[in-house]
Each structure stands twice: as structure tokens, then as C-alpha cells.
Design a protein around this ligand. Structure first.
Ligand SMILES: [Zn+2]
Length: 67
């Protein structure tokens, strides 16, 4: 392992590694779905908006025990 350039004991929260939602363009609507189970996380008219919305959501199917 490479040495960390700075102490990691700071107050900055570690980002949880999460697979990016799968985006599909269906009939002019972007749909973001869970890459693991296919649960629909968000829909939007634009890809960017769909990405943002889905990024804030956690799949309730894959994360039933947490928030
Ligand atoms: Zn899922």
C-alpha cells in the first residue's frame, strides 16, 4: 500500500463506494435503475438530472437494513 499524503483522521466523511446507477433512455425519459437488482431509482427528462436524482437515492431493495 502507498502511504497517505495526509492524515485520514480528519472530519471529512469517507464516501461510500457505490456502483453508479444504470441509466437508460426510454421513450424520451431517462431512467436510472439499480445496477444490482434493477430497481428504478429515478426518472428525469435529462440525463444529467437523472444522474443527480439517482445519486442521492439509495436502493431500498439492496439496502433494507440501513438508511
Ligand atoms: Zn438494488
Amino acid at each position: 500500500m502507498h502511504p497517505a499524503p495526509y492524515p485520514t483522521t480528519g472530519s471529512q466523511p469517507a464516501t461510500i463506494p457505490r456502483p453508479a446507477p444504470a441509466l437508460h433512455l426510454l421513450h424520451g425519459i431517462w431512467v436510472a435503475s439499480c445496477p444490482s437488482c434493477g430497481f428504478q431509482l429515478a426518472t428525469a427528462r435529462t440525463q444529467q438530472r437523472c444522474e443527480r436524482r439517482s445519486a442521492r437515492r439509495v436502493c431500498p431493495v439492496c439496502h433494507q437494513d440501513g438508511q
